[in-house]
Design a protein around this ligand. Structure first.
Ligand SMILES: [Fe+2]
Length: 462
Protein backbone atom coordinates (compact mmCIF):
# COMPACT_ATOMS: atom_id res chain seq x y z
CA UNK A 1 0.00 0.00 0.00
CA UNK A 2 1.46 3.38 -0.95
CA UNK A 3 1.45 6.46 1.27
CA UNK A 4 -1.52 8.09 -0.51
CA UNK A 5 -3.74 5.01 -0.07
CA UNK A 6 -2.60 4.71 3.53
CA UNK A 7 -3.61 8.33 4.25
CA UNK A 8 -6.97 7.79 2.53
CA UNK A 9 -7.74 4.70 4.63
CA UNK A 10 -6.76 6.50 7.86
CA UNK A 11 -8.97 9.46 6.97
CA UNK A 12 -11.88 7.10 6.25
CA UNK A 13 -11.44 5.34 9.62
CA UNK A 14 -11.13 8.65 11.39
CA UNK A 15 -14.39 9.91 9.77
CA UNK A 16 -16.10 6.68 10.80
CA UNK A 17 -14.90 7.13 14.40
CA UNK A 18 -16.15 10.75 14.45
CA UNK A 19 -19.59 9.75 13.07
CA UNK A 20 -19.83 6.85 15.58
CA UNK A 21 -18.77 9.17 18.42
CA UNK A 22 -21.42 11.73 17.49
CA UNK A 23 -24.03 9.01 17.23
CA UNK A 24 -23.19 7.86 20.77
CA UNK A 25 -23.34 11.44 22.05
CA UNK A 26 -26.74 12.06 20.38
CA UNK A 27 -28.17 8.75 21.67
CA UNK A 28 -26.73 9.51 25.13
CA UNK A 29 -28.32 12.98 25.12
CA UNK A 30 -31.69 11.55 24.01
CA UNK A 31 -31.52 8.95 26.80
CA UNK A 32 -30.73 11.66 29.36
CA UNK A 33 -33.65 13.81 28.11
CA UNK A 34 -35.95 10.76 28.21
CA UNK A 35 -34.81 9.90 31.76
CA UNK A 36 -35.34 13.51 32.95
CA UNK A 37 -38.79 13.53 31.33
CA UNK A 38 -39.76 10.18 32.92
CA UNK A 39 -37.91 10.64 36.26
CA UNK A 40 -41.01 11.38 38.33
CA UNK A 41 -42.97 8.57 36.68
CA UNK A 42 -40.23 6.05 37.45
CA UNK A 43 -38.76 7.23 40.73
CA UNK A 44 -40.81 9.92 42.52
CA UNK A 45 -42.61 8.85 45.69
CA UNK A 46 -44.79 11.56 47.26
CA UNK A 47 -43.92 12.48 50.81
CA UNK A 48 -45.89 10.78 53.57
CA UNK A 49 -46.97 13.39 56.13
CA UNK A 50 -46.60 12.50 59.84
CA UNK A 51 -49.55 10.51 61.18
CA UNK A 52 -50.58 8.95 64.46
CA UNK A 53 -52.45 5.66 64.61
CA UNK A 54 -55.68 5.84 66.66
CA UNK A 55 -55.57 4.05 70.04
CA UNK A 56 -58.72 2.04 69.23
CA UNK A 57 -59.06 -0.70 66.58
CA UNK A 58 -59.58 0.91 63.16
CA UNK A 59 -59.19 0.08 59.46
CA UNK A 60 -60.73 -3.35 59.90
CA UNK A 61 -60.76 -5.57 56.84
CA UNK A 62 -62.41 -8.93 56.30
CA UNK A 63 -60.61 -11.12 53.75
CA UNK A 64 -60.31 -14.71 52.70
CA UNK A 65 -57.80 -16.60 54.85
CA UNK A 66 -56.28 -19.19 52.58
CA UNK A 67 -57.13 -21.42 49.61
CA UNK A 68 -60.18 -22.80 51.43
CA UNK A 69 -62.98 -20.36 50.57
CA UNK A 70 -64.67 -20.93 53.99
CA UNK A 71 -61.77 -19.44 55.96
CA UNK A 72 -61.48 -15.76 56.83
CA UNK A 73 -58.91 -13.32 58.17
CA UNK A 74 -59.65 -10.03 59.88
CA UNK A 75 -56.94 -7.37 60.02
CA UNK A 76 -56.94 -4.06 61.88
CA UNK A 77 -54.70 -1.25 63.07
CA UNK A 78 -54.42 0.03 66.65
CA UNK A 79 -51.90 2.33 68.34
CA UNK A 80 -48.15 2.28 67.94
CA UNK A 81 -47.23 -0.70 70.11
CA UNK A 82 -48.30 -4.30 70.09
CA UNK A 83 -50.69 -5.34 72.88
CA UNK A 84 -52.50 -8.62 73.53
CA UNK A 85 -55.29 -8.74 70.95
CA UNK A 86 -58.11 -11.06 69.93
CA UNK A 87 -61.22 -11.25 67.84
CA UNK A 88 -64.48 -11.98 69.63
CA UNK A 89 -66.55 -14.15 67.31
CA UNK A 90 -70.22 -14.99 67.83
CA UNK A 91 -71.93 -17.67 65.78
CA UNK A 92 -75.36 -16.11 65.25
CA UNK A 93 -76.91 -19.45 64.36
CA UNK A 94 -75.93 -21.54 67.39
CA UNK A 95 -75.11 -18.60 69.68
CA UNK A 96 -71.62 -19.78 70.69
CA UNK A 97 -68.82 -17.26 71.29
CA UNK A 98 -65.18 -17.97 70.55
CA UNK A 99 -62.02 -15.94 70.95
CA UNK A 100 -59.39 -15.96 68.21
CA UNK A 101 -55.96 -14.66 69.20
CA UNK A 102 -54.55 -12.03 66.85
CA UNK A 103 -50.90 -11.71 65.85
CA UNK A 104 -49.57 -8.13 66.13
CA UNK A 105 -46.71 -6.42 64.35
CA UNK A 106 -45.48 -2.85 64.24
CA UNK A 107 -44.87 -1.36 60.82
CA UNK A 108 -42.92 1.88 60.53
CA UNK A 109 -43.36 3.90 57.34
CA UNK A 110 -41.88 7.25 56.31
CA UNK A 111 -44.54 9.26 58.22
CA UNK A 112 -45.09 7.26 61.38
CA UNK A 113 -45.70 3.82 62.79
CA UNK A 114 -48.67 1.66 63.68
CA UNK A 115 -49.38 -1.78 65.09
CA UNK A 116 -51.28 -4.10 62.75
CA UNK A 117 -53.14 -7.22 63.87
CA UNK A 118 -54.38 -10.30 62.07
CA UNK A 119 -56.88 -12.83 63.40
CA UNK A 120 -57.17 -16.03 61.38
CA UNK A 121 -60.67 -17.54 61.56
CA UNK A 122 -60.80 -21.22 60.69
CA UNK A 123 -63.37 -24.04 61.06
CA UNK A 124 -66.22 -21.69 60.17
CA UNK A 125 -69.51 -23.31 59.20
CA UNK A 126 -71.18 -22.74 55.85
CA UNK A 127 -74.61 -21.13 56.00
CA UNK A 128 -73.78 -19.47 59.34
CA UNK A 129 -73.84 -15.75 60.13
CA UNK A 130 -71.07 -14.53 62.40
CA UNK A 131 -70.74 -11.32 64.40
CA UNK A 132 -67.30 -10.11 65.40
CA UNK A 133 -65.43 -7.29 67.07
CA UNK A 134 -61.73 -6.69 67.60
CA UNK A 135 -60.08 -6.26 71.00
CA UNK A 136 -56.66 -4.72 71.53
CA UNK A 137 -55.81 -4.42 75.21
CA UNK A 138 -58.96 -2.83 76.69
CA UNK A 139 -59.95 -1.12 73.44
CA UNK A 140 -62.70 -2.65 71.33
CA UNK A 141 -64.12 -1.99 67.87
CA UNK A 142 -67.81 -1.86 67.00
CA UNK A 143 -69.59 -5.04 65.91
CA UNK A 144 -69.52 -6.26 62.31
CA UNK A 145 -71.00 -9.38 60.73
CA UNK A 146 -70.55 -11.73 57.79
CA UNK A 147 -72.08 -14.83 56.26
CA UNK A 148 -70.19 -17.95 55.19
CA UNK A 149 -72.19 -18.96 52.12
CA UNK A 150 -72.69 -22.56 51.05
CA UNK A 151 -70.95 -23.99 48.02
CA UNK A 152 -73.78 -23.73 45.48
CA UNK A 153 -73.79 -20.67 43.20
CA UNK A 154 -70.90 -18.21 43.44
CA UNK A 155 -71.26 -14.46 42.88
CA UNK A 156 -68.73 -11.71 43.24
CA UNK A 157 -68.12 -8.15 42.11
CA UNK A 158 -64.92 -7.02 40.47
CA UNK A 159 -63.58 -3.47 40.34
CA UNK A 160 -60.40 -2.48 38.55
CA UNK A 161 -58.30 0.41 39.83
CA UNK A 162 -60.07 2.59 42.40
CA UNK A 163 -57.26 4.93 43.58
CA UNK A 164 -59.77 7.55 44.62
CA UNK A 165 -58.78 11.13 45.37
CA UNK A 166 -59.14 12.29 48.99
CA UNK A 167 -62.83 12.70 49.82
CA UNK A 168 -63.86 10.53 46.86
CA UNK A 169 -67.15 8.83 46.04
CA UNK A 170 -66.05 5.17 46.02
CA UNK A 171 -68.02 4.24 49.11
CA UNK A 172 -71.35 5.39 47.67
CA UNK A 173 -70.60 3.64 44.34
CA UNK A 174 -69.70 0.37 46.08
CA UNK A 175 -72.72 0.49 48.37
CA UNK A 176 -74.99 1.10 45.36
CA UNK A 177 -73.36 -1.82 43.52
CA UNK A 178 -73.95 -4.15 46.49
CA UNK A 179 -77.55 -2.91 46.90
CA UNK A 180 -78.23 -3.79 43.25
CA UNK A 181 -76.57 -7.21 43.64
CA UNK A 182 -77.62 -8.56 47.05
CA UNK A 183 -76.52 -12.11 46.15
CA UNK A 184 -72.86 -11.08 45.92
CA UNK A 185 -70.53 -12.78 48.42
CA UNK A 186 -67.23 -10.99 48.00
CA UNK A 187 -65.39 -8.15 46.28
CA UNK A 188 -62.33 -8.56 44.06
CA UNK A 189 -60.10 -5.55 43.30
CA UNK A 190 -57.67 -5.48 40.39
CA UNK A 191 -54.89 -3.53 42.16
CA UNK A 192 -54.29 0.19 42.71
CA UNK A 193 -57.01 0.21 45.32
CA UNK A 194 -54.96 2.97 46.97
CA UNK A 195 -53.60 5.97 45.05
CA UNK A 196 -50.18 5.84 46.76
CA UNK A 197 -48.73 3.92 49.72
CA UNK A 198 -49.08 6.77 52.19
CA UNK A 199 -51.25 6.96 55.28
CA UNK A 200 -53.69 9.59 53.93
CA UNK A 201 -54.52 7.43 50.89
CA UNK A 202 -54.86 4.29 53.01
CA UNK A 203 -57.37 6.25 55.08
CA UNK A 204 -59.21 7.12 51.86
CA UNK A 205 -59.21 3.46 50.77
CA UNK A 206 -60.78 2.40 54.05
CA UNK A 207 -63.35 5.21 53.74
CA UNK A 208 -64.16 3.74 50.32
CA UNK A 209 -64.54 0.25 51.81
CA UNK A 210 -66.49 1.41 54.86
CA UNK A 211 -69.13 -1.21 55.85
CA UNK A 212 -68.45 -3.21 52.65
CA UNK A 213 -64.94 -4.36 53.59
CA UNK A 214 -66.09 -5.53 57.02
CA UNK A 215 -69.07 -7.58 55.84
CA UNK A 216 -67.82 -9.34 52.70
CA UNK A 217 -64.28 -10.60 52.06
CA UNK A 218 -62.17 -8.23 49.97
CA UNK A 219 -59.62 -9.84 47.69
CA UNK A 220 -57.18 -7.57 45.94
CA UNK A 221 -54.09 -8.02 43.81
CA UNK A 222 -51.15 -5.61 43.82
CA UNK A 223 -50.98 -2.73 41.36
CA UNK A 224 -48.15 -0.38 40.47
CA UNK A 225 -49.57 2.36 42.73
CA UNK A 226 -49.30 0.01 45.71
CA UNK A 227 -45.52 -0.10 45.25
CA UNK A 228 -42.85 2.41 46.21
CA UNK A 229 -41.06 3.42 43.04
CA UNK A 230 -37.34 2.83 42.55
CA UNK A 231 -34.83 1.01 40.33
CA UNK A 232 -36.36 -2.13 41.88
CA UNK A 233 -39.89 -1.36 43.06
CA UNK A 234 -40.72 -2.18 46.66
CA UNK A 235 -43.95 -3.21 48.33
CA UNK A 236 -44.29 -2.11 51.94
CA UNK A 237 -45.01 -4.75 54.56
CA UNK A 238 -48.09 -2.64 55.41
CA UNK A 239 -49.79 -3.91 52.24
CA UNK A 240 -49.60 -7.57 53.33
CA UNK A 241 -50.45 -6.77 56.95
CA UNK A 242 -53.72 -5.24 55.70
CA UNK A 243 -54.45 -7.72 52.88
CA UNK A 244 -53.37 -10.40 55.30
CA UNK A 245 -54.00 -13.54 53.21
CA UNK A 246 -50.72 -12.69 51.44
CA UNK A 247 -48.79 -13.18 54.71
CA UNK A 248 -49.22 -16.94 54.38
CA UNK A 249 -49.33 -17.28 50.59
CA UNK A 250 -46.60 -15.02 49.23
CA UNK A 251 -43.63 -16.70 47.60
CA UNK A 252 -40.49 -14.73 48.32
CA UNK A 253 -41.59 -11.19 47.54
CA UNK A 254 -44.33 -12.29 45.12
CA UNK A 255 -47.83 -11.52 46.36
CA UNK A 256 -49.60 -14.54 44.89
CA UNK A 257 -52.74 -16.15 46.24
CA UNK A 258 -55.39 -18.63 45.23
CA UNK A 259 -58.81 -19.39 46.71
CA UNK A 260 -61.46 -21.94 45.80
CA UNK A 261 -65.13 -21.07 46.33
CA UNK A 262 -67.53 -23.72 45.12
CA UNK A 263 -66.89 -24.37 41.43
CA UNK A 264 -64.72 -21.27 41.09
CA UNK A 265 -60.99 -20.93 41.68
CA UNK A 266 -59.34 -17.52 41.58
CA UNK A 267 -55.62 -17.08 40.96
CA UNK A 268 -54.08 -13.73 41.96
CA UNK A 269 -50.82 -12.54 40.39
CA UNK A 270 -48.42 -9.73 41.28
CA UNK A 271 -47.88 -8.32 37.79
CA UNK A 272 -45.93 -5.19 38.72
CA UNK A 273 -42.70 -7.08 39.32
CA UNK A 274 -39.47 -7.42 37.34
CA UNK A 275 -38.73 -10.41 35.12
CA UNK A 276 -37.17 -12.85 37.67
CA UNK A 277 -40.15 -12.37 39.99
CA UNK A 278 -42.62 -12.92 37.17
CA UNK A 279 -40.76 -16.11 36.27
CA UNK A 280 -41.27 -17.39 39.84
CA UNK A 281 -44.96 -16.51 39.56
CA UNK A 282 -45.22 -18.32 36.25
CA UNK A 283 -43.99 -21.52 37.90
CA UNK A 284 -46.44 -21.00 40.78
CA UNK A 285 -49.37 -20.37 38.40
CA UNK A 286 -48.58 -23.45 36.32
CA UNK A 287 -48.49 -25.66 39.44
CA UNK A 288 -51.77 -24.22 40.71
CA UNK A 289 -53.56 -24.52 37.37
CA UNK A 290 -52.29 -28.07 36.92
CA UNK A 291 -53.65 -29.09 40.34
CA UNK A 292 -56.94 -27.22 40.00
CA UNK A 293 -60.12 -29.30 39.72
CA UNK A 294 -62.36 -26.20 39.63
CA UNK A 295 -64.89 -25.97 36.82
CA UNK A 296 -64.31 -22.22 36.47
CA UNK A 297 -60.83 -20.71 36.58
CA UNK A 298 -60.35 -16.98 36.90
CA UNK A 299 -57.01 -15.16 36.81
CA UNK A 300 -56.74 -11.67 38.31
CA UNK A 301 -53.78 -9.39 37.64
CA UNK A 302 -53.23 -5.67 37.38
CA UNK A 303 -51.49 -5.29 34.00
CA UNK A 304 -53.63 -6.36 31.01
CA UNK A 305 -52.05 -9.22 29.05
CA UNK A 306 -53.34 -7.42 25.94
CA UNK A 307 -52.86 -3.72 26.47
CA UNK A 308 -55.41 -1.18 25.26
CA UNK A 309 -52.89 1.65 25.58
CA UNK A 310 -50.17 0.36 23.29
CA UNK A 311 -49.45 -2.86 21.40
CA UNK A 312 -46.02 -2.99 23.02
CA UNK A 313 -47.16 -2.57 26.66
CA UNK A 314 -47.06 -5.46 29.15
CA UNK A 315 -45.40 -7.88 26.74
CA UNK A 316 -43.38 -9.50 29.54
CA UNK A 317 -46.58 -10.24 31.47
CA UNK A 318 -48.14 -11.68 28.32
CA UNK A 319 -45.12 -13.91 27.60
CA UNK A 320 -45.09 -15.10 31.18
CA UNK A 321 -48.75 -15.94 31.65
CA UNK A 322 -50.86 -15.98 28.51
CA UNK A 323 -49.85 -19.41 27.22
CA UNK A 324 -50.75 -20.89 30.65
CA UNK A 325 -54.10 -19.11 30.59
CA UNK A 326 -54.92 -20.78 27.27
CA UNK A 327 -53.29 -24.15 27.95
CA UNK A 328 -55.10 -24.73 31.25
CA UNK A 329 -58.51 -23.48 30.18
CA UNK A 330 -58.78 -20.28 32.20
CA UNK A 331 -62.24 -18.84 31.56
CA UNK A 332 -61.86 -15.19 32.56
CA UNK A 333 -58.89 -12.86 33.03
CA UNK A 334 -59.79 -9.80 35.12
CA UNK A 335 -57.40 -6.87 34.73
CA UNK A 336 -57.05 -3.16 35.44
CA UNK A 337 -54.37 -0.46 35.16
CA UNK A 338 -55.46 1.17 31.90
CA UNK A 339 -58.48 3.13 33.19
CA UNK A 340 -61.09 2.29 30.59
CA UNK A 341 -63.41 -0.63 29.90
CA UNK A 342 -62.46 -3.24 27.31
CA UNK A 343 -63.42 -6.83 26.65
CA UNK A 344 -61.83 -9.37 24.34
CA UNK A 345 -62.80 -12.97 23.60
CA UNK A 346 -60.65 -15.65 22.07
CA UNK A 347 -61.78 -17.17 18.74
CA UNK A 348 -61.51 -20.75 17.51
CA UNK A 349 -60.60 -21.95 13.98
CA UNK A 350 -64.22 -21.45 12.82
CA UNK A 351 -64.15 -17.87 14.12
CA UNK A 352 -66.52 -18.57 17.04
CA UNK A 353 -65.94 -16.63 20.26
CA UNK A 354 -64.68 -18.86 23.08
CA UNK A 355 -62.99 -18.33 26.45
CA UNK A 356 -60.70 -17.01 27.75
CA UNK A 357 -62.49 -13.70 28.12
CA UNK A 358 -60.07 -10.87 28.89
CA UNK A 359 -61.49 -7.74 30.48
CA UNK A 360 -59.96 -4.42 31.50
CA UNK A 361 -61.90 -2.25 33.92
CA UNK A 362 -61.56 0.57 36.42
CA UNK A 363 -63.62 2.44 38.98
CA UNK A 364 -61.42 5.49 39.33
CA UNK A 365 -61.84 9.25 38.78
CA UNK A 366 -59.07 9.09 36.13
CA UNK A 367 -59.70 7.97 32.52
CA UNK A 368 -56.86 7.23 30.08
CA UNK A 369 -56.44 7.61 26.34
CA UNK A 370 -56.63 4.17 24.76
CA UNK A 371 -56.20 2.55 21.35
CA UNK A 372 -59.08 0.75 19.65
CA UNK A 373 -57.57 -2.51 18.51
CA UNK A 374 -59.70 -4.80 16.32
CA UNK A 375 -58.81 -7.68 18.66
CA UNK A 376 -61.27 -6.31 21.26
CA UNK A 377 -65.05 -6.74 21.10
CA UNK A 378 -66.09 -3.76 23.17
CA UNK A 379 -64.76 -0.60 24.79
CA UNK A 380 -65.96 1.97 27.30
CA UNK A 381 -64.47 5.41 27.93
CA UNK A 382 -65.27 8.22 30.34
CA UNK A 383 -67.00 6.44 33.20
CA UNK A 384 -66.36 4.05 36.09
CA UNK A 385 -67.35 0.41 35.93
CA UNK A 386 -67.81 -2.72 37.97
CA UNK A 387 -68.30 -6.27 36.85
CA UNK A 388 -70.22 -9.17 38.27
CA UNK A 389 -69.23 -12.80 37.92
CA UNK A 390 -71.96 -15.30 38.75
CA UNK A 391 -71.76 -19.06 38.28
CA UNK A 392 -74.69 -21.45 38.36
CA UNK A 393 -73.97 -25.10 37.56
CA UNK A 394 -72.74 -25.24 33.93
CA UNK A 395 -72.99 -21.50 33.30
CA UNK A 396 -70.81 -18.51 34.07
CA UNK A 397 -72.41 -15.09 33.66
CA UNK A 398 -70.13 -12.11 33.22
CA UNK A 399 -71.77 -8.69 33.28
CA UNK A 400 -70.39 -5.16 33.44
CA UNK A 401 -72.19 -2.14 34.81
CA UNK A 402 -71.60 1.59 34.68
CA UNK A 403 -70.86 2.22 38.36
CA UNK A 404 -72.08 5.83 38.22
CA UNK A 405 -75.70 4.98 37.33
CA UNK A 406 -75.88 1.19 37.63
CA UNK A 407 -76.84 0.63 33.97
CA UNK A 408 -75.91 -2.61 32.24
CA UNK A 409 -72.90 -2.10 29.99
CA UNK A 410 -71.79 -5.55 28.90
CA UNK A 411 -73.13 -9.08 29.19
CA UNK A 412 -72.03 -12.52 28.10
CA UNK A 413 -72.22 -16.03 29.39
CA UNK A 414 -70.32 -19.26 28.97
CA UNK A 415 -71.98 -22.67 29.10
CA UNK A 416 -69.57 -25.50 29.71
CA UNK A 417 -70.55 -29.16 29.46
CA UNK A 418 -68.38 -32.28 29.36
CA UNK A 419 -68.29 -32.12 25.56
CA UNK A 420 -68.63 -28.47 24.58
CA UNK A 421 -68.15 -24.86 25.54
CA UNK A 422 -70.53 -22.21 24.24
CA UNK A 423 -70.03 -18.47 24.61
CA UNK A 424 -73.00 -16.13 24.08
CA UNK A 425 -72.34 -12.44 23.62
CA UNK A 426 -75.27 -10.19 24.53
CA UNK A 427 -72.97 -7.25 25.13
CA UNK A 428 -72.59 -6.55 21.42
CA UNK A 429 -76.22 -5.33 21.40
CA UNK A 430 -75.62 -2.84 24.22
CA UNK A 431 -74.40 0.47 22.76
CA UNK A 432 -70.86 1.57 23.57
CA UNK A 433 -70.32 4.86 25.38
CA UNK A 434 -67.09 6.67 24.57
CA UNK A 435 -67.47 9.97 26.42
CA UNK A 436 -64.53 12.29 26.09
CA UNK A 437 -64.25 16.07 26.14
CA UNK A 438 -60.87 17.19 24.82
CA UNK A 439 -59.08 20.12 26.36
CA UNK A 440 -58.65 22.78 23.64
CA UNK A 441 -54.94 23.21 24.48
CA UNK A 442 -53.99 19.53 24.36
CA UNK A 443 -52.82 17.95 21.13
CA UNK A 444 -52.95 14.51 22.80
CA UNK A 445 -56.62 15.09 23.65
CA UNK A 446 -57.33 16.16 20.07
CA UNK A 447 -55.65 13.00 18.76
CA UNK A 448 -57.67 10.81 21.13
CA UNK A 449 -60.94 12.52 20.16
CA UNK A 450 -60.06 11.83 16.52
CA UNK A 451 -59.29 8.17 17.32
CA UNK A 452 -62.71 7.83 18.95
CA UNK A 453 -64.38 9.42 15.92
CA UNK A 454 -62.57 7.11 13.49
CA UNK A 455 -63.40 4.04 15.59
CA UNK A 456 -67.08 4.98 15.75
CA UNK A 457 -67.19 5.59 12.00
CA UNK A 458 -65.64 2.20 11.39
CA UNK A 459 -68.10 0.46 13.71
CA UNK A 460 -71.04 2.10 11.91
CA UNK A 461 -69.88 0.63 8.60
CA UNK A 462 -69.56 -2.92 10.03
FE1 LIG B 1 -52.00 0.84 37.59
Amino acid sequence: MNLKQNMKTRKKHSRKRIVTGWLFIIIGCLLVIWCIDRWDVWFYNPEELPYKAPEAPSRMLLTFGDADGKNRNVSWMCGEEVHPAALELVDDVDGGTSWVDAAGEVFESRGGKAAYYVARLRDLKTGHFYRYRAWTGDEVSKWHSFLVPDDSDVSFLYVGDIQDSIGGVTNSLLKAAFRCNPDVEFLVCGGDLTERPIDAYWEESFAGLDSVGQSVPVLTVTGNHDYLKGVICKLERRFSLIHSYFLDSMIGENQVFTVRRGDVQIFCLDSNREFPYLWTQRKWLEEQLEQSKAKWKIVVLHHPLYSIKSATNNLIQRWMFDDLVRQYGVDVVLQGHEHAYARMTHHNAEGKAIPPIYTVSHCSPKSYHIQFSDAFDKFGVGSRYYQKVHTHRDTLFLTAYDATDGTLYDSLFVVKTATSTLLCDYGEDIPERLDFTPSPESSKDAAFAERIREYQEKKKKE
